[in-house]
Design a protein around this ligand. Structure first.
Ligand code: NAP
Length: 284
């Protein structure tokens, strides 16, 4: 098998995807390449036309294109249409098929990296952007009993909560402020940071969206942010005596699912973790 793969996004300075996927291609002896394809929005249509060429297997998709690509694709899988966002495109004979592997990658990370089963859990989700959407739909499917969505812009949290309401599942939406969080975070089994707060190079790299005194020592804190590996949020969780797990596991598992979609082969997850950890260590 040969072929070209890459990641479509803009800017792409922070991406670990080429490192992870190139290591996986090499491990399986696949004669392919995975490149960073920085693609400003005005170049997205041309990039998608190129992706239909026979030598292209597909692409990862990241900010700001996860929603913008959806109308240009020939089909969407169930997750992608439910969440309204695509993070993986597969080229099959010139047709582009869109998938969302963030949702499955997130749940696999909770179950395998953190040994946490969300079924029946009470969860607080911080953020209402693209990654939070995937996490929220995934948590509903995984059977959380209670979900509070907290966001700096409360209208976005409310809109997401309204989309998720189904039968007896009634997520709450609150503003991301201390008073609102004090009513939910101390009672949560699972606290997920899906904001970009704490991310290296982001606007709020040194801050945590929640402080230790609100976090229960029996909670799991999961941060979607993976750079730095131990974020301020995870430090607060550790200070509270809670378990703290970073987003590298979700990054690798969503990538592993995509790799299998492109190549038809089981992804060498251990090799992908090792490549990602080595790259992060080299950067920090
Ligand atoms: P996004 O769509 O731009 O959403 C950003 C979110 O962060 C929004 O909820 C935003 O709130 C909030 N936010 C940004 N700055 C804030 C601040 N200073 N204070 C409080 N809230 C703030 O981005 P995204 O795609 O959801 O990504 C979010 C994070 O998840 C990023 O760090 C990304 O690297 C990470 N991520 C990780 C994985 C993984 O595999 N581990 C996958 C996807 C994303 P407003 O709505 O108020 O703007």
């Amino acid at each position: 098998m040969t072929g070209r793969l890459g990641i479509l996004g803009y800017p792409l300075g922070h991406t670990l995807s080429p490192v992870i996927h190139q290591a996986a291609l090499k491990e399986l002896g696949i004669d392919g390449t995975f490149e960073a394809w920085p693609t400003p929005p005005e170049q997205l249509p041309a990039a998608l036309r190129t992706l239909r060429a026979p030598d292209h297997l597909g692409a990862s998709v990241t900010i700001p294109h996860k929603q913008a690509v959806t109308p240009a694709l020939d089909s969407l899988d169930a997750w992608a249409s439910e969440i309204g966002a695509v993070n993986c495109i597969v080229n099959r004979g010139g047709e582009l098929h869109g998938y969302n592997t963030d949702a499955g990658g997130f749940i696999r990370a909770l179950k395998e990296e953190a040994a946490f089963d969300p079924a029946g859990a009470s969860a607080v989700l911080l953020g209402a952007g693209g990654a939070a959407r995937a996490a929220a739909f995934a948590l509903r499917k995984a059977g959380v009993s209670r979900l509070t969505i907290a966001n700096r812009t409360p209208e976005r949290a409310e809109a997401l909560a309204a989309e998720l309401r189904r039968g007896r599942f009634r997520p709450e939406a609150v503003e991301l402020d201390r008073d609102a969080l004090a009513d939910a975070v101390p009672y949560a089994d699972l606290i997920v940071n899906a904001t970009s707060v704490g991310m290296t190079g982001g606007g709020a790299a040194d801050t945590s969206p929640v402080t230790a005194e609100l976090i229960s020592d029996r909670a799991l804190a999961y941060d979607l942010v993976y750079a730095p590996p131990v974020t301020p949020f995870l430090q607060e969780a550790e200070q509270a005596g809670a378990r703290a797990v970073g987003g590298l596991s979700m990054l690798v598992y969503q990538g592993a699912e995509a790799f299998t979609l492109w190549t038809g082969k089981p992804a060498p997850v251990g090799v992908m973790f090792a490549a990602a950890r080595a790259a992060i260590k080299a950067r920090h």
